[in-house]
Design a protein around this ligand. Structure first.
Ligand code: DGJ
Length: 691
């Protein structure tokens, strides 16, 4: 993310002064809709006095200069309904902070993405922003199209609670307009306020981190100029609460009639949900179903003459939204780090804190055996990881097919005795064992993170380990149990049967224990199977202060020997005592062992560090941060979860957590490079392909 243009300082006051003279006040008759204003969507009403002029006690755009102007022409005299419908009534679509030539769709009155106030070079319409002190255009590679750019206020800029913000002015004919403000903000949550025509139309709208927020309202304009202001009067002294603004849409509001609805029906008739040239669905099932429902309802209403305009409006809007909400299923041919990544049904991939490997799998539905890429991870649909562990398969690593939840969490103790899924899975468990299963997998309290899967040649079972946490009898903390959980299945499709969760090895008496009050803790974890078939679990212990590597037994279902009998260096080692590392990802390359790690800062990204050794339980050397050009030292805003080999390539898999909306966390997959001496490096790229 970077600032893509200069910031505006005092030198820009000339432009501001020029703009100050542009927004003439003055009357004119009311809009076509009768001069009133109305709220729509999440909007608040914008008032207007009887004469149709804005009642605002001063728009923030100063209206100095000529007080009287000619009455603005009426929108519907200037344009036909067909003309406006063809552009979806869109007069302006401003990608705030984008360069004029940034491209992208534009409204009828505009030919550039954004501009300082002035005449549009293509349409001659006067529109744009008022350059102001501290205003900074930022390009954000986590966003796309309208969320790729935004205005921010520089943190060190002088801040006036009432004045600092973003000001836009749009030349429009007399009429009623629906205005949408879009906000996309990767930093802290903040509340914003907006004025249109000098009236508050949005107050304290919460803009959540990494979440697109839109606010739509309607406003009548009679003086030929629509004025907007976005600011945060309650910002106080917290610069992280500075206003941001990603886009503005200005739409004409038509008369809603049966005929208009019929026109929309014609425009949105999409036929069957089949991708052109393919037999696969074109749109996601959910979005196509929602669209079909609205299409049918609109067809029925369009046959009805004389319904209330409001009824036509609601149905028109519902159909239009459902049409716009049709989500095309995307086919990928590259990795797009940090972008939304959907599966082959168009749903967001839910496999956080995961692991990818090549497996030979037999599809239980078809009985067909094939080599597949297999991705297990946390399903965070219900926040934290209450939904369970899921799996995806792929032939090319770019496009993934959802294989379902392979280990389900448990909703209630009764469910284990009543639901067929659980009764057959735990058929030979005693009631006490089932109590334990419930305590460890309780969907309301259990924390199940960072699942990792390995295949055991000897038993023919797939073994799933994960960070199994949750409150205990003595602590309500969600991370009190600090255990490693294990489950098995004879197929990677699951269902996996939970065996138990355990505390693991402890600090030997002759070494300094960094958390002696709670022994054997195990949190962020990973697995590694060495070339000789020995498996290891790598995990954060001692309250995340020290990493451990412990050898597993031949079945991979428990430690090689219980902690009381474990011999230091033969059965386990402690790594970097007190260094506070987590998110371990261990792999081998050309006989050298690599361990990627992160620091411990909750969901916030931090600087990576990797280590190298000649053997898993050998001496590990600190090799520093492998990230190149990672200016913020945040592992490119991600946290490691796995590094795996694909052909001759090694791929870094990281999570870009969205702590306020975990299911909307993104994946950062990047190529890992090695120099002649075996030094590892990771550089950022927006898009890449396997060689
Ligand atoms: C960092 C860990 O790596 C994640 O898996 C998760 O446990 C978060 N901490 C919780 O804050």
């Amino acid at each position: 993310m970077r600032s893509r243009r200069g910031t505006y300082g005092l030198a820009m006051l000339t432009a501001a002064a020029m703009l100050a003279g542009c927004a003439a006040g003055g009357g004119g008759a009311g809009s076509r809709a009768g001069g009133g204003t109305e709220a729509s969507g999440s909007a608040q009403s914008v008032g207007e006095d009887a004469a149709g002029a804005s009642t605002a006690g001063g728009s923030s755009l100063e209206t100095g200069g000529s007080a009287e102007t000619e009455a603005a022409p009426d929108l519907w005299k200037l344009h036909t309904t067909e003309e406006l419908m063809a552009v979806d009534y869109l007069l302006y679509r401003v990608n705030c902070g984008a360069a004029e030539d940034a491209g992208g769709e534009t409204g009828l009155y505009q030919t550039v993405a954004d501009q300082p106030y002035g005449a549009d070079a293509g349409t001659g319409k006067q529109w744009g922003y008022r350059p102001a002190d501290g205003m900074e255009a930022v390009e954000d590679d986590t966003g796309e199209d309208l969320t790729r750019y935004r205005w921010e206020i520089r943190e060190d800029a002088e801040y006036d609670a009432e004045q600092t913000g973003f000001y836009y002015d749009f030349e429009v004919p007399r009429g009623t307009y629906e205005v949408t403000l879009g906000f996309y903000n990767p930093f802290s949550a903040r509340k914003l306020t907006a004025e249109a025509e000098g009236q508050t139309v949005m107050e304290d709208q919460k803009i959540l981190k990494y979440q697109l927020t839109e606010n739509t309202f309607s406003t009548a304009v009679s003086d030929g100029s629509l004025q907007l202001k976005v600011y945060n009067p309650d910002r106080g002294r917290d610069a992280m609460k500075n206003p941001v603004l990603s886009y503005i849409l200005v739409r004409a509001v038509p008369d809603y009639t049966a005929d208009l609805l019929k026109q929309l029906l014609k425009q949105t008739a999409t036929g069957e949900n089949v991708a052109p040239g393919r037999q696969t669905p074109r749109y996601t099932a959910a979005s196509y179903e929602a669209f079909t429902e609205q299409y049918r309802a609109a067809e029925a209403l369009a046959q009805k003459d004389g319904a209330a305009e409001e009824e036509y409006r609601m149905q028109y809007t519902a159909l239009k939204n459902a049409y716009e909400g049709l989500e095309e299923i995307r086919v990928y041919d590259s990795f797009l780090p940090g972008k939304k990544w959907t599966d082959d049904e168009g749903n967001l991939i839910q496999a956080h804190g995961g692991q990818v490997q090549r497996l030979t799998v037999t599809d239980p539905a078809t009985g067909q055996t094939a080599e597949k890429w297999w991705w297990v991870g946390e399903d965070k649909t219900n926040g934290s990881s209450r939904s369970g562990i899921c799996a995806y398969s792929s032939d090319d690593l770019y496009n993934w097919h959802y294989e379902g939840i392979v280990m389900r969490n448990v909703e209630s103790r009764a469910q284990l005795d009543e639901e067929e899924y659980f009764t057959s899975l735990y058929a030979d468990y005693t009631p006490e064992q089932k109590d334990r299963v419930f305590a460890c997998l309780d969907a309301k309290s259990a924390i199940i993170e960072r699942p990792k899967l390995i295949f055991n040649e000897k038993t023919g079972l797939y073994v799933l380990w994960f960070h199994a946490d949750g409150p205990t009898e003595t602590s309500d903390s969600s991370y009190a149990a600090a255990c490693a959980g294990v489950a098995v299945s004879d197929t990677p499709y699951g269902p996996f049967r939970f065996i138990d969760r355990y505390r693991l090895n402890t600090c030997p008496p002759d070494q300094e224990d960094f958390h002696p009050q709670s022994k054997g803790m195990a949190r962020d974890m990973n697995l590694f199977v060495d070339e000789d078939g020995t498996a290891y679990i790598i995990y954060s212990s001692e309250e995340n202060l020290t990493l451990y590597i412990s050898k597993l037994n031949d079945e991979y279902t428990y430690l090689a020997v219980p902690p009381e009998q474990a011999v230091y260096r033969r059965d386990y080692i402690r790594l970097f005592p007190g260094a506070q590392r987590e998110a371990p990802a261990l792999f081998v390359r050309d006989g050298a062992y690599y361990l990627m790690t992160s620091g411990c800062t909750g969901w916030a990204p931090n600087q990576a560090r990797y280590y190298r050794a000649d053997s898993v339980l050998g001496e590990w050397e600190n090799c520093g941060d492998p990230c190149v050009g990672d200016e913020n030292h945040t592992t490119f805003e991600s946290q490691s979860t796995c590094i795996f080999r694909a052909g001759d390539s090694y791929i870094y898999m990281g999570d870009r957590w969205n702590s306020e909306d975990l299911k909307n966390s993104r994946y950062i997959w990047l190529p890992v490079e090695f120099d002649d001496a075996g030094g590892m490096s990771i550089s950022y790229t927006d898009e890449w392909k396997l060689p």
